[in-house]
Design a protein around this ligand. Structure first.
Ligand SMILES: Cc1cc2nc3c(=O)[nH]c(=O)nc-3n(C[C@H](O)[C@H](O)[C@H](O)COP(=O)(O)O)c2cc1C
Length: 330
């Protein structure tokens, strides 16, 4: 009789927890939805910050093109006109003082210089650049492999500044190097040390190609990547509704540590987004046999780069542009 009562009590407690968690999760997701609809840049391009983000995406496409392996002249004509129009419109509305927008103009000039001997006319781009004579061409770093990894033993500021995503891969990554990088990456902190992250390493190139078709962000270089790491986080580590973002938060912290660890171990990496529709997410779970309890956070393409290669400059905003000091800081 006592056992029976205990079982009923346990079941009631579990049902109560389920109801409470569902109610709180709905409240949290409703809050997220409202905030997203009210502020996501795609829906508010009239705002300066959203317009600037669109320009950064625009110059990033061209910057990638300028530094890509297997690049051909004449790439990205539509992207050039799109970016010119975005910058024009931005300057008319918000003026000319933004460093990221200036970089966009520099990238456009670098594109034009790369095509200076091309017989193709580019009147719109030429007129735009003539109206911005003060901005010189952006320089995309060309590096030697040994120099790129030389900050290995330097102090953190030099090491951090030397890390970049690489889209040039020439040779396989030894498994032992990748294992060393993973061990180093595991020093990443996690909430209550719950260690949500799991890694799925793909070195079957047929699987890699299928994954990249679904991911969609590796055109022009994915076929050269030797290994792909799919970083997931286990929902089993989540304890209550307010932790709804914790898979991504803990996963993101791990990913950054993994990037540094890969760089430290001489492995080039390119971070790849996981901004996909639910059906793509489901398809990749199935393709790679990833348990449904794991949330895919990020994908990384890895390889050993050739002796010389290009990286995109990707300049950063100044600290005072991204920092708000609250209170009487001295
Ligand atoms: C969340 C995230 C998603 C990214 N997705 C892609 C992608 O799909 N394809 C790609 O070529 N690069 C991708 N990147 C690489 C970024 O373009 C790159 O990290 C950024 O421009 C900064 O350059 P850096 O890493 O060399 O400093 C991604 C980076 C992050 C952090």
């Amino acid at each position: 009789m006592m056992d029976f009562l205990k079982r009923i009590k346990r079941k009631l407690a579990a049902a109560g927890l389920r109801l409470k968690t569902r109610r709180e999760a709905r409240q949290a997701f409703r809050y997220d939805l409202q905030q997203f609809m009210a502020h996501a840049g795609a829906l508010h391009l009239d705002r300066k910050s959203a317009a600037c983000a669109e320009i950064i995406m625009g110059y990033h496409v061209l910057e990638k093109g300028l530094t890509m392996p297997h690049r051909r002249l004449g790439f990205g004509k539509g992207a050039v006109i799109h970016l010119v129009n975005l910058v024009d419109s931005f300057e008319r509305r918000f003026g000319r003082d933004d460093q990221q927008v200036n970089h966009a103009i520099g990238v456009l000039r670098a594109y034009r210089e790369m095509h200076k001997d091309s017989p193709e006319k580019m009147p719109r781009l030429d007129a735009f650049l003539a109206a911005h004579p003060d901005v010189s061409a952006a320089v995309e770093p060309h590096v030697r492999k040994d120099d790129f990894f030389a900050a290995h033993d330097l102090p953190f500021p030099a090491f951090a500044a030397s890390r970049h995503v690489v889209r040039h891969f020439a040779a396989p990554v030894p498994r032992t190097s990748l294992e060393a990088a993973i061990q180093l990456a595991a020093t990443a902190p996690s909430a209550c040390n719950r260690q949500h992250v799991r890694l799925h390493v793909i070195d079957d190139h047929d699987l890699r190609d299928k994954l990249f078709v679904l991911q969609g962000g590796t055109r022009g270089f994915g076929q050269d990547a030797d290994k792909v790491i799919v970083v997931t986080a286990d929902l089993s580590a989540i304890r209550w509704a307010w932790e709804r973002n914790d898979c991504y938060v803990n996963g993101g912290i791990f990913v950054m540590n993994l990037c540094y660890a890969l760089h430290y171990c001489g492995i080039a990496h390119c971070i790849l987004h996981w901004s996909v529709a639910p059906e793509t997410d489901r398809a990749v779970h199935k393709l790679l046999d990833i348990p449904e309890s794991e949330v895919i956070v990020q994908v990384l393409a890895c390889g050993i780069p050739p002796d010389e290669f290009d990286v995109a400059a990707s300049p950063r905003r100044a600290p005072d542009e991204i920092t708000t000091w609250h209170g009487g800081s001295r």
